[in-house]
Design a protein around this ligand. Structure first.
Ligand code: FES
Length: 129
């Protein structure tokens, strides 16, 4: 994989909307979504999967990822609250665990997804313990 193939441009660094930016990516045979947002500690990207039941955070309210005060990512299913900067769940049924990160980098003004680090949801499937 060349460097150009490895880094997939997602959005211009200056174009990230305040409410975050959702994008699709391929994880093995599945299409998943990620959430990218600007935080006080820099740009972060998380898999759009709640750590409680592995449903998209916006499962019950499509396209909405943040609380109204924009301080936390919120799961629309049961209300888990996550800190945007480190993904830690600070309230709700999965308190204490973190969202799974996606590797990104800013390259020439673009936020780019590291496609070489994408999760393989079938890893370990079919192997015997
Ligand atoms: S599925 Fe997200 S809090 Fe339950």
């Amino acid at each position: 994989m060349s460097e150009d193939q490895r880094w997939r441009p997602l959005i211009g660094e200056d174009e990230i909307p305040e409410g975050g930016f959702a994008f699709a990516y391929q994880a093995g045979p599945f299409t998943e979504t990620g959430i990218l947002l600007r935080t006080a500690e820099g740009v972060r990207a998380w898999r759009n999967l709640c750590r409680h039941l592995s449903v998209p955070l916006d499962h019950a309210d499509q396209g909405r990822f943040l609380t109204s005060d924009r301080r936390h990512l919120v799961c629309s299913q049961h209300g888990a609250l996550y800190r945007p900067e480190d993904g830690l769940c600070v309230a709700g049924p999965c308190r204490g665990v973190t969202l799974r990160p996606l590797q990104i980098a800013v390259r020439q003004g673009w936020v780019c997804l590291d496609t070489s680090s994408l999760p393989d949801p079938l890893a370990g499937f079919g192997t015997t313990p």
